[in-house]
Design a protein around this ligand. Structure first.
Ligand SMILES: CC(C)(COP(=O)(O)OP(=O)(O)OC[C@H]1O[C@@H](n2cnc3c(N)ncnc32)[C@H](O)[C@@H]1OP(=O)(O)O)[C@@H](O)C(=O)NCCC(=O)NCCS
Length: 275
């Protein structure tokens, strides 16, 4: 895609999600990103499909932005585009492809039939900011290594699929990712390292927490501290993504978090490219 394609993208997406497609907003940034490959499908010179791939770790490719013009649907175009993206990522030596979607039966059906597996499914919870307490502790990179060994034993780790469902970059919570997140100041730690949260780099409205692991009193203290952090940053509250079977859901409720799902779920899918 080139900057000059902007109008064609605006046109293609005009009737998607009742005119609320975010692609026109991100178009300039997407076109300008040299690390990503933003691809167009054309038919007789007309733009009929879009997709983008972007490496998010040395061997992990992120897939996003799939769109097919409403005039060209159910002709197998999306399937051909996804296959092309998968084949080229595999040929380039990537081991995994990851993607994130909301509740979207057509695209979920497509990706599942192409072998993608759902790795995580979760819904948003919200709490209002709270005055009068200390924000959580932010561990440094040196602590991240020790954390990696313990994390698998904490309540909720498995329900998160062992990953941080960051909607820009869903990666396994291994020592490499923990070191990276610690370096970016995005980890929040409960007492004794017995609870962990990951905050998103961007703030949409609230303090966005993509993952919160733990249960019991230490977990509750961490969840409260996130509300204090929202207050210290003058944000209205905390928005936290939790799997429906998180063992700490009662802890969330106990410290003022409410289910904010309204039936919305975020899904992370993954495909192994090397098997
Ligand atoms: C989702 C979308 C990309 C599908 O494009 P498409 O070219 O029509 O899809 P294909 O013809 O390649 O269909 C592939 C599979 O997707 C699924 N699918 C596509 N449209 C579907 C629909 N309306 N209902 C149910 N399943 C559907 C089916 O599994 C289909 O396989 P099948 O034809 O063997 O049943 C297109 O509908 C679109 O652009 N929608 C709006 C934007 C969007 O939702 N993007 C995905 C964001 S994650």
């Amino acid at each position: 895609m080139r900057p000059a394609d902007r109008e064609r993208v605006v046109e293609l997406t005009a009737d998607i999600w009742e005119g609320h497609d975010y692609l026109p907003q991100v178009f300039d940034a997407w076109v300008a990103d040299p690390a990503a490959d933003f691809m167009a499908a054309e038919e007789d010179g007309v733009l009929v499909g879009l997709q983008r791939v972007r490496p998010i770790a040395p061997r992990v490719m992120f897939y996003e932005g799939l769109r097919v013009a409403s005039t060209h649907r159910r002709q197998g175009l999306a399937r051909r585009m996804v296959r092309a993206a998968v084949d080229s990522a595999r040929a380039a030596g990537f081991q995994h492809m990851r993607l994130v979607t909301g509740d979207n039966p057509p695209s979920q059906g497509l990706f599942e039939s192409e072998g993608f597996r759902e790795l995580f499914q979760g819904a948003p919870w919200r709490a209002r900011r709270q005055e009068g307490g200390d924000p959580p502790r932010i561990p440094g990179a040196a602590e991240a290594e020790a954390l990696a060994d313990r994390l698998g034993g904490l309540a909720g780790f498995d329900q998160y699929g062992g990953l941080n469902p960051d909607w820009q970059s869903p990666l396994d919570l291994d020592s490499a990712l923990l070191a990276r997140l610690a370096g970016e100041g995005r980890l929040r730690l409960g007492a004794g390292g017995r609870a962990l949260a990951v905050v998103q780099p961007e703030t949409l409205r609230d303090l966005n927490v993509s993952c919160a692991i733990g249960s019991g009193g230490v977990f509750q203290d961490l969840l409260m501290a996130l509300r204090f952090e929202a207050d210290s940053q003058d944000l209205p509250g905390v928005w936290l993504l939790a799997p429906d079977d998180h063992p700490g859901l009662d802890d969330l409720r106990a410290v003022g978090y409410d289910f904010d799902g309204d039936d919305f779920h975020l899904h992370v899918y993954g495909l192994r490219l090397d098997s």
